[in-house]
Design a protein around this ligand. Structure first.
Ligand code: 4AZ
Length: 243
């Protein structure tokens, strides 16, 4: 995150740190006891499940402590239309955590799922939402950070699809937020949440996906979670029935 502030411990209790293959890193968002949502482009190289670790309750990159819990991965599932040739087109993946002693996540002060929006939920243009993550704090500094948070405004879709912004690279399954040169998501924040608050409840409205660099003045692009609610609900229900 560029231009954010250090988050208070427990301020984003749904944040998941996803360590992939000992070298790649992404964020994710806890949405249910055994499920984390992340960005498909973090998984499109098909990492071995045994090489992926998901850490919840984490504050500092790569630091575990009394408030963190670490999980293995049972499975990860791409949406039907996902293609490895266009990994940001449907940039969403469901990661199923491995149960330990018959359960996945136990809620604590530092670990709690976020609410999912329903399909009809719309936050208005220019609404302020938060992004958070351990990603780079400057485009040129290739280091992960302690957990950062920042506010960004939702950018009108027809602004983001203007030819001088992103044109038709931004599809109806994406949304844009943040136009400031000071505040943006960056590498390592991918997969993490764009959370919008209504009546004191945080909803997962977007997943950090891509952009023209970081903090260059163009919006960040996010996966539009509401468009995938049918798929998410069907996978979570299906798995619940089988188990
Ligand atoms: C990335 O490389 C990335 N400024 C994520 C978000 C943005 C840019 C790059 C948005 O994962």
């Amino acid at each position: 995150i560029i231009g954010g502030d250090t988050a208070m411990p427990g301020a984003h209790p749904w944040m998941a740190a996803i360590y992939i293959d000992r070298k790649d890193f992404c964020a994710g968002t806890l949405i249910a006891s055994c499920w984390v949502l992340s960005a498909a482009h973090c998984f499109y190289r098909n990492p071995l499940k045994s090489q992926v670790r998901v850490v919840l309750g984490q504050q500092n990159f790569n630091v575990t402590g009394p408030n963190t819990r670490s999980f293995g991965v049972d499975n990860y599932i791409f949406p039907k239309h996902f293609s490895v040739f266009h990994p940001t087109l449907h940039d969403i993946v469901l990661v199923k955590l491995k149960k330990e002693n018959g359960a996945c996540v136990r809620r604590t002060k530092f670990i709690r799922p976020i609410c999912l929006p329903d399909q009809t939920m719309v936050f208005p243009d220019n609404y302020c939402c938060t992004i958070s993550g351990w990603g780079h704090m400057h485009e040129k500094v290739k280091e992960y950070s302690n957990l950062q948070e920042a506010w960004v405004r939702l950018v009108p879709h027809n602004t983001c699809t203007k030819p001088e912004v992103y044109g038709d690279h931004v599809t109806a399954n994406m949304l844009c937020a943040g136009t400031s040169q000071c505040v943006d998501a960056c590498q390592g924040d991918s997969g993490g949440p764009l959370a919008c608050v209504r009546d004191d409840v945080s909803f997962l409205y977007g997943i950090i996906s891509w952009g023209d660099g970081c903090g260059r003045g163009k919006p960040g692009v996010y996966t539009r979670v509401v468009n995938y609610m049918d798929w998410i609900n069907s996978v979570l229900k299906r798995k619940a029935r089988i188990v």
